[in-house]
Write a protein that binds this ligand. Structure first.
Ligand code: MN
Length: 723
């Protein structure tokens, strides 16, 4: 088909005529240009029926102009709706040629079509939301409905498998959606067409039965309506009375739901009175007329005029007893109400003064429209509406597909990592890459509604702490933080293991306090930090131990050895005396100065830990007592027999055979000094030993130290109790 084809010329004339009739104003050249562009773009394509492809977009445009009339942009977009998908012309070209609105609508329609390709519908409600989340302009929906309606009308030409799939999709997604938008006529046609392809036997049987009953039905309705019509004429009302066409799918559904045969359902006659008036009051006048003639059935009266349905549907419903005692349902409404019932959103636009309630999901949109109409002049309002028919439904959510076609809902700005954790925490933890619509993408790629995702996992992959910077869902954030904590613990623990192995080898022990002190003195934030650094191989334990020794000038052997020594010395001496009395007072030895028997001591009363025993010279104590001298308590070591006390010495030197013997001999041979314990460890060519001895006084101890220093190979002898 070409533009100059006489047939094409006639088609264009028809479309323009219908548009002129139904639209508030039209830019004819835009429609003509779109028409010609579409013919040209589709010139080499054929439909499944063998017709030129252009027949399809043309009919979609006709449906828009005739049944969902909104504006000329929508008609133009309908003509062009398959151009971007099926031909070599791009959206940006459309934007240049037809403006951004047309391009955006075509883009929206193309994307929606893409989503459903080859997908099996699993959760219909999600799909409806998905659709809404993608649609930023209500006109996209109208074009899509028109597209779907025409495809359904011409579904005969595709194979049965595709027929079934498309009919299912139409019934589950598009029909309820049309209802939500108040598009009553589109809804029932979509339902009937779906019904036809999904259950052809039942459909054809119903068609046959309805046909067989038609004559009887029409004559009954005439008998019923005649007296009403007469009265309406007397009241000078303009009206249209029709036997209400019940659509087939709703009859079928009622039969199934109520488990009743066709005859019983269908014998409920229904007529509709549509008043050509702007005056709502005429509907109630008509109701009065009907009730004068026929007896109303109680409880079957519904006034959707005073209280419209949530999708803005307005009408009076009542049921009366007609001739031969048969029940007849009657709907009474104005022409405008009828229009709204049939054309929904599109009719709202046409009847701008509409001020009825709105369906929850449509609320924002309708309110927004209402706002514009109430607060702006008509021309301005129209312009605004033309420029942006924005929808704000589900805009904070996106819907994406799993490889199996399941839909998952995610917040906007979500990334493949969010999706991975949404699927399962294991998928998240082992996520190494992602494919979006078949292409590998970076993990921080922002996802869009309709994307299909595949997560690539690897057992050896673990979360990266950078993920936390771009993930959006709470689930992903929590999982990544949890993993990072676990990983940190593992590193710290492995560092701790290395450390413990080493100090065990050196027969060293550190309690928590020692560790804290050590970490602080080596400028680590904490022992955890120190272990982590060890695990990462940034520092080795030998260096730490060497550093420790240097720092403490080798004045202590190990903390454990000191502790053992101090404990035995203290228990040997007996408990401290408070003011000369062996009281039951709760006390402990201060770790800061580690007093041992023989040291001048003093107690300091603490809150909760009883009395702490400090050396009198302890700098800590001096600081504390400066603040509050009343907390000081005079204490002393008990007098032991012969006033012996225990002292500890560290001896270091060159390892040689018999060195242990030489050391012990040197001690014992001086005034029969008793050795409490002696412990020598050797490594390489050096030895390090700790010796605890009983001495009478400091003088006694000094002599021992002197003697030990004289032994060949001994480098240093020092008290390890810190005095
Ligand atoms: Mn199409």
């Amino acid at each position: 088909m070409t533009v100059s084809d006489p047939k094409a010329k006639k088609m264009l004339e028809d479309l323009l005529m219908i548009s002129r009739k139904n639209l508030p104003s039209i830019n004819e050249s835009l429609i003509i240009k779109s028409f010609e562009f579409s013919i040209e773009a589709h010139k080499n394509d054929l439909r499944a029926s063998g017709e030129p492809y252009f027949i399809h977009p043309y009919h979609v445009a006709l449906i828009v102009a005739e049944e969902l009339p909104l504006d000329d942009i929508t008609v133009a977009s309908a003509l062009l709706h398959d151009v971007a998908e099926d031909t070599e012309f791009s959206i940006s070209l459309l934007a240049k040629e037809f403006g951004s609105s047309v391009a955006e609508i075509v883009d929206g329609v193309t994307k929606i079509s893409g989503i459903f390709k080859g997908q099996e519908i699993t959760k219909a409600e999600n799909y409806r939301k998905l659709l809404l989340s993608m649609v930023k302009d209500v006109r996209v929906i109208l074009v899509k409905f028109a597209d779907r309606l025409h495809n359904m009308r011409t579904l005969d030409f595709v194979n049965p498998e595709k027929q079934r799939r498309i009919a299912q999709e139409t019934l589950e997604i598009y029909a309820p959606f049309a209802h939500r938008f108040g598009l009553g006529r589109v809804k029932w046609e979509l339902e009937d067409l779906s019904f036809k392809y999904l259950n052809r036997d039942a459909f054809e049987e119903l068609v046959k039965k309805v046909k067989a009953k038609r004559k009887e039905r029409e004559s009954y309705i005439k008998k019923f309506s005649d007296p009403i019509v007469q009265k309406l004429d007397e009241h000078n009302l303009k009206y249209e009375v029709s036997g209400r066409p019940k659509h087939l799918y709703s009859i079928y559904r009622k039969m199934v739901r109520r488990n009743k045969p066709f005859e019983e359902i269908y014998d409920l006659f229904a007529i509709r009175v549509i008043l050509d008036t702007e005056n709502t009051y005429d509907c109630y006048t008509t109701l009065g007329i009907v009730n004068q003639i026929y007896l109303p059935v109680p409880d079957r009266f519904k006034d959707y005029i005073s209280i419209p349905k949530t999708n803005n549907y307005q009408s009076i419903h009542t049921t009366v007893v007609g001739p031969e005692g048969r029940l007849v349902e009657i709907q009474i409404r104005t022409k405008k109400m009828h229009e709204v019932a049939e054309r929904g959103v599109a009719a709202h636009w046409r009847y701008k003064e509409n001020k009825t309630a709105s369906e929850k999901d449509l609320e924002n949109w309708v309110n927004w429209i209402r706002d514009i109409f109430e607060n702006a002049s008509k021309d301005e309002a129209r312009k605004d509406l033309m420029e942006s028919f924005k929808l704000n439904l589900y805009q904070d959510e996106i819907y994406v597909f799993t490889p199996k076609g399941d839909l998952r809902r995610l917040p906007v700005e979500s990334t493949p990592v969010d999706f991975a954790f949404e699927i399962h925490s294991k998928v998240g933890y082992h996520c190494i890459g992602a494919k979006v619509n078949g292409k590998i993408v970076p993990l921080d790629t922002v996802l869009h509604s309709g994307d299909q995702l595949e997560i690539i996992t690897s057992k050896t992959q673990h979360p990266n702490k950078n993920w936390i910077k771009f993930v959006t869902t709470h689930k992903a954030k929590t999982a990544i933080r949890k993993w990072m904590k676990k990983e940190e613990d593992e590193i710290v623990n492995s560092g701790k293991e290395i450390w413990e192995k080493k100090i065990k080898k050196f027969k060293l022990t550190f309690n928590q306090q020692d560790l804290d002190r050590l970490a602080t003195s080596l400028k680590f934030d904490s022992p955890r930090h120190m272990f982590r650094t060890i695990a990462q191989g940034k520092v080795n334990v030998d260096d730490i131990l060497t550093a420790t020794k240097e720092k403490e000038k080798r004045e202590k052997v190990s903390v454990l050895e000191f502790d053992t020594f101090a404990n035995s010395a203290r228990s040997n001496a007996g408990g401290v005396l408070v003011e000369g009395i062996d009281s039951n007072i709760l006390y402990s030895y201060a770790k800061c100065c580690n007093p041992i028997p023989g040291d001048p001591i003093i107690g300091y009363i603490t809150v909760g830990e009883g009395v702490k025993i400090h050396r009198k010279t302890c700098s800590n104590l001096l600081r504390l007592s400066e603040m509050d001298t009343s907390k000081l308590l005079p204490v002393q070591w008990p007098e032991t027999e012969g006033s012996l006390f225990v002292a500890g010495l560290t001896v270091m030197g060159e390892d040689s055979p018999g060195i242990l013997n030489e050391i012990s001999h040197s001690i014992v041979s001086y005034q029969n000094t008793n050795i409490k314990s002696i412990n020598i460890s050797t490594g390489d060519s050096a030895f390090e030993g700790s010796v605890t001895v009983y001495v009478h006084d400091i003088g006694h101890l000094s002599k021992i130290v002197e003697r030990l220093k004289k032994i060949r190979g001994v480098y240093s002898v020092e008290r390890f109790d810190g005095s």
